[in-house]
Ligand binder design. Sequence first.
Ligand SMILES: *Cc1c(COP(=O)(O)O)cnc(C)c1O
Length: 226
Amino acid sequence: MIFDNLKSIRQRIARCCEKIGKRPEDVALVCVTKQAVPGQLEDVLTSGVTILGENRVQDLVSKYGIIGNRASWHLIGHLQTNKAKDAVAIASLIHSVDSIRLAKEIDNHARRINKVQDILVQVNVSGEKSKFGIMPEDTLDVVRGISLYPNISVKGLMTIAPETPDPEKARPYFRSLRELRDRISSELNTKYPILSMGMSNDFEAAIEEGSNMVRIGRAIFAREMT
Ligand SMILES: *Cc1c(COP(=O)(O)O)cnc(C)c1O
C-alpha cells in the first residue's frame, strides 16, 4: 500500500512539474510520519524516501531513536522554546519558526553543538486564528531579525493553507507565500530558496504556485484516499 501510494504521489508530482517546466527532483518530498508506525517507516525508507517530517518534538525524538540518520529529519509542527534543544539536536530543517524569541533559543542550542541550524519561517497567510505562524506583514522584520543570529540560516518560508476539499481554494494562499518570499528576497537582497507548502490534499496546486517542498502524510499512509 505504501509503495503504491508513494508511486502514485511521485507520478503526480512529476506530471505537475512537467506541466510547469520544472524538474521533479527540484520538488522535495517530506514524508510526514506522525500517523506512521515503525514498520511503515521501514517501508518508506525502502521506497527511497530520504526526508521524514514530524510535527511534535517528542515523536521526533522517539522515531529518530528507531531510524537514526537513515533519513534526514524535519520538524514541521509548532515548536516551544523549551523543546528547542532536542529539535536542534535532530532536525536538519525546522519549518515552524514563528518568533524571534524562538529563533534566539534555537541559535543558542545550535551554537553549543557547533551547528548552523537551517530553518524556515512559518507564515500564517490566511490569518486564521487557529493557526501558528507570523502575519505576512510582519515577515520581513522577523526574517531580518532572525538573520542576525549567527547559528541560524533562514532558507525560506513555510505555510499551511486552510483546510478545504477544493485545492483551488488553497491556491491563492500558496501564491501569496511565493510573492511574499520574492518580495523579502529582493528587499533583503538574499536568496530564500525553499517554499514549503502543499500537503496531501493540495500539493499539486502548491507546486504549480512555486512550492519546492511538499509535506505529505495521509496520502502515503492512508488505506484509501478520497
Ligand atoms: C500533518 C501535517 C502535514 C501532512 O498533512 P497530510 O494532510 O497528512 O498530508 C503537513 N504539514 C504539517 C505541518 C502537518 O502537521
